[in-house]
Design a protein around this ligand. Structure first.
Ligand code: ARG
Length: 568
């Protein structure tokens, strides 16, 4: 599509004898549409030209106003306000949308570069709760944004499937567990054993020692312990997969913490070689005080490695296996220090790619009753949230007599879309309190509202009957010059840049807001203007714009991981 800023910059640069790139960086998009589509402030030019800025604005305006790109160019005080040709911009965006279809707003700026996105990463035999929803949904959208920009992406689920807690779990299972219960409801059952272990261990310190021994046997690959651990992992993963299926989420790799258990020695060796490892009460640590990052515990006094050691091993493995351009971690802000510590350690090990590792933090989710606590039973399971969202949507569909031929499918698309959308509509760093009302609120700036807008556009196209097949970009654009149409066109035109910005900042909410704007602009256009009018040219021009907007909404929702229903 036309890069207006660049085109205008070249024009002004020619007229004012300046550098186009510099001019480009100075061009603004006025927040008030009355000031034009683009504006150029002339203050900075006063020194060079030895003239008052308003005079400069006037002179440049005279030189460039004739260009066919503009409808008009107005000097207002020190500013040059430019109104581009509505017809040209509309033609540009409609042609692009109808031609590129599901690829509209995509690009290939990332081609040849590999980006790893690590997200979700729940812990085995622990609840998959609403806290994990954030990482799962934000990470999935970041992956989709990079994918849309042509990057070669790798999705990794760094499962929490290792650590001394598995020694406890195995001991507890052997003492109090049974196979049928685990099979019936794996995570809740395993969790109850784990909780019982903690209660019993209060009065029986031997249990802890037994758990440590058991973990050591697991680490050295004893078949019985290994088999139990594998079974816990498989059963947990089955439950996680149900949630991923509901959300339409997939991974390329489930290499979790256990995958690195045999890759730890190398990390310790390298830390030693660089003289980074220090002994402290039998444990090994890296002192990061001089970077204000405290002390990182690398091995415990019994020699076992820790979460952070596995992260360092994983990063080295990823660099060597995938040769990433960027290695992104979508993990809660509570782990800020953890990531800052090991990024620093990787840097101190001499790996220049440490700078390409990016922690994308997000805020805390709490319940109205307080923070979540697994031990005290204050947990909201993600599966329950999704099930309830779908159920509630089904009730609304029946109550409102919504137009659909498949209630189950629509309820799933809309209910789950609502949960994902609300998760992505605020800046990720904000903490928030989980409230059922808000997730399931179907009015206002919500997922169902945008999906409904999409279905409405699809319905107009269905009603167009035979004309729908004749939709093309070869229409009379003077028929869609209204304010409402043009506001919509401008938003569609900006969408590819919005996608790039959202990806660069790892912030899907930038795109979410833009899709809401597009939906609102579309609805205004739909209300203000009759679309299926008698005038053939006007009708075909309007249909072309409706088809373009529908496509943009579908593509935008897809980048958030949300489906766009045809009917609703
Ligand atoms: N399993 C961890 C948790 O649930 C998150 C893992 C984050 N990823 C990482 N590479 N450390 O808190």
């Amino acid at each position: 599509m036309i890069d207006y800023k660049m085109k205008i910059a070249e024009l002004i640069a020619g007229a004012a004898d300046m550098d186009a790139a510099e001019v480009c960086s100075m061009i603004e998009v006025p927040s008030d549409e009355k000031m034009g589509d683009f504006a150029f402030p002339c203050f900075k030019l006063a020194k060079v030209f030895r003239k008052a800025p308003p005079l400069i604005a006037q002179e440049i305006a005279e030189k460039i106003a004739d260009n066919e790109m503009f409808e008009k160019v107005e000097p207002v005080n020190a500013y040059l306000n430019m109104f581009v040709s509505r017809e040209e911009m509309t033609r540009d965006v409609v042609a692009e949308a109808l031609d590129r279809k599901e690829m509209f707003a995509h690009s290939d700026i990332g081609s040849g570069k590999r980006v790893i996105v690590e997200y979700s990463s729940p812990n085995i035999a622990k609840p998959f709760h609403i806290g994990h929803l954030r990482s799962t949904v934000i990470g999935n959208s970041i992956y989709k944004l990079y994918d849309a920009l042509g990057y070669d992406t790798v999705r990794i689920n760094h499962l929490g499937d290792y650590g001394t807690q598995f020694g406890k779990m195995i001991v507890a299972y052997r003492k109090w567990g049974n196979e049928e219960d685990v099979k019936r409801d794996p995570i809740k059952t395993l969790l109850s054993y784990y909780t019982k272990f903690h209660v019993e261990a209060e009065n029986d310190p031997d249990l802890d020692q037994e758990a440590r021994n058991t973990f050591t046997r697991l680490e050295s690959g004893e078949p019985e312990e290994k088999a139990l651990w594998q079974w816990f992992r498989d059963e947990s993963l089955k439950e996680f997969t149900e949630v991923y299926d509901m959300l339409g989420i997939e991974f390329d790799s489930y290499a979790g913490e256990s995958f690195y258990s045999d890759k730890m020695q190398r990390v310790l060796d390298e830390l030693n070689e660089k003289g980074l490892l220090e002994e402290s009460q039998g444990a090994n640590v890296v002192d990061l005080e001089e970077y204000d990052l405290g002390t990182a515990l690398i091995t415990k006094s019994d020699g076992s490695t820790l979460y952070i050691t596995r992260d360092i091993a994983a990063a080295i493995y990823r660099k060597e296996t995938y040769d990433f351009f960027k290695n992104i971690y979508v993990v809660a802000s509570q782990q800020n220090l953890h990531f800052a510590q090991w990024f620093k350690i990787v840097e101190l090990l001499g790996y220049d790619w440490a700078k390409d590792c990016i922690h994308v933090p997000f805020g805390l989710v709490s319940l109205e009753e307080g923070t979540m606590s697994t031990r005290e039973g204050r947990v909201v399971f993600l599966k329950d949230v999704l099930d309830q969202a779908v159920e509630k949507t089904r009730e609304i569909i029946i109550e409102k007599n919504v137009n659909t031929d498949n209630i189950d499918e629509t309820a799933a698309i809309v209910g789950i879309g609502a949960v994902i959308f609300q998760e992505l509509s605020n800046g990720r760093i904000k903490d928030y309190v989980f409230k059922w009302d808000r997730v399931l609120n179907f009015d206002g700036e919500t997922g169902p509202y945008v999906q409904y807008t999409h279905a409405r556009a699809a319905s107009v196209l269905r009603k167009a009957g035979d004309d729908a097949a004749k939709i093309s970009a070869d229409v009379d654009y003077s028929k869609i010059r209204s304010e409402a149409a043009y506001s919509l066109v401008k938003l569609l035109h900006a969408m590819p840049d919005v996608v790039i910005e959202a990806a660069n900042r790892c912030e899907p909410s930038i795109l979410t807001r833009h899709i809401i704007d597009i939906a609102q602009a579309f609805n205004k256009f739909y209300h203000d203007e009759q679309i299926l009018v008698d005038d053939e040219d006007e009708k075909m021009a309007k249909l072309a714009l409706v088809a373009s907007a529908r496509q943009a909404i579908e593509n935008g929702l897809a980048m958030l991981g949300i489906k766009a229903p045809e009917r609703m």
